[in-house]
Design a protein around this ligand. Structure first.
Ligand SMILES: [Zn+2]
Length: 281
C-alpha cells in the first residue's frame, strides 16, 4: 500500500500536471467505489481541477468547492494517462476525463474492490469521519509532546504506529524502517517507552522526509504504477543489516510481514515464534 512518502510524490506530480485543467466528464466504472452519491460524480463535468493534495495516506483531488477524497486501500493507484482507458479495463474504478484528452484514473489491481472515493464539499473534507479520526501527520513530524501523547498506549509499537488514529501516514513498509532507524523493538509497548526512546522514535520519522527527497530526485513527471521504495530492512530478511551486518529477520503474518535487526532492536533475540505473531494482531 502506498504510504505517506509515496502518496506525497504522487500528489505533487499530479498537482503540477493537472492544476487548472478542465474536466470533460467523470465516471465510476467500479461498482462499489463511490461512497457518496450526492453530489453525483457527473457534477464534475465542466469544472476546473484546482489542486491535488494529501491527507495521511489519502489523495484529495479538488475541483473548486468540491473535493474527491480517495482511499487507495492496499492495491489502488492514482495515475494520469495521456489517453482514455478502454472501458474494458477492469482495473478502472474512477475516471476523470480531461478536456485536453488526458485522463486521471483510479485503478485497483487484483480481484478485490476495496479502494473507495467520496465526492464532498471541499470544506467538508476535514470533518469526514476518516479524516477527522486521523492523528497528526507523520511528516513533517508533529511536535514531540503530541507524538508522545499519541504513543502512550499499552500496545506494541508496530501496530500502534500503523494505526492512523495515532499518527497518520505510516504503513507496513515504513514502520519497519522507522523502528529500525530508532533501534527499537516492534514488540515494545508505546506506554513503556522512556522519554529518550520516544525522542529517538520521533527523530526517526526523518526517514519519511528522506524518502520524499529520494522520490523528488528519482521520479520524473510520469509516475510508475509501482514506485521503487528506498527501503533498508522491510522485506530484506536474510540480508545483512546495512548498519551492523547482522542478518535481518522477519515475522510473518497472514497479510504482512515485519522485519527487524535482532542485534540492534531486540537484544539479539530472534522472534520467529508464531505465538508472538498472534500477540501483535
Ligand atoms: Zn543492525
Amino acid at each position: 500500500m502506498p504510504e505517506l512518502p509515496e502518496v506525497e510524490i504522487v500528489v505533487r506530480r499530479l498537482d503540477t500536471a493537472l492544476a487548472e485543467t478542465e474536466v470533460e466528464s467523470a465516471l465510476a466504472p467500479g461498482m462499489n467505489v463511490m461512497k457518496t452519491f450526492d453530489p453525483p460524480l457527473e457534477t464534475l463535468a465542466g469544472r476546473e481541477l484546482t489542486r491535488v493534495r494529501r491527507v495521511g495516506k489519502m489523495p484529495v483531488v479538488e475541483f473548486g468547492n468540491l473535493a474527491l477524497l480517495i482511499h487507495l486501500m492496499s492495491a489502488g493507484r492514482l495515475r494520469l494517462f495521456d489517453k482514455r482507458a478502454s472501458l474494458k479495463d477492469r482495473a478502472s474504478r474512477v475516471l476523470v476525463r480531461l478536456a485536453d484528452g488526458r485522463e486521471l484514473r483510479l485503478r485497483e489491481f487484483g480481484t478485490r474492490q476495496r479502494a473507495w472515493a467520496k465526492l464532498l464539499p471541499a470544506g467538508a473534507v476535514a470533518a469526514d469521519e476518516m479524516v477527522a479520526s486521523l492523528g497528526p501527520e507523520a511528516w513533517p513530524p508533529p511536535p514531540l509532546d503530541d507524538f508522545a501523547a499519541g504513543l502512550d498506549q499499552p500496545r506494541h509499537l508496530h501496530p500502534l504506529l500503523r494505526d492512523q488514529r495515532t499518527i497518520a501516514g505510516i504503513g507496513r513498509s515504513w514502520v519497519d524502517e522507522i523502528l529500525w532507524e530508532a533501534r527499537l523493538s516492534p514488540f515494545r509497548k508505546g506506554s513503556e517507552l522512556e522519554l529518550e526512546e520516544v525522542e529517538r522514535l520521533h527523530a526517526a520519522l526523518h526517514v519519511l522526509g528522506d524518502a520524499i527527497d529520494h522520490y523528488e530526485r528519482t521520479i520524473g513527471p510520469d509516475l510508475p504504477d509501482k514506485i521503487p521504495m528506498p527501503l533498508q530492512v522491510h522485506r530484506r530478511e536474510g540480508q545483512p543489516c546495512p548498519r551492523c551486518g547482522t542478518t535481518i529477520e522477519a515475522v510473518f503474518f497472514s497479510e504482512h510481514q515485519m522485519n527487524y535487526c535482532p542485534e540492534e532492536q531486540t537484544g539479539g533475540k530472534v522472534l520467529k515464534d508464531r505465538r508472538l505473531s498472534k500477540l501483535l494482531k
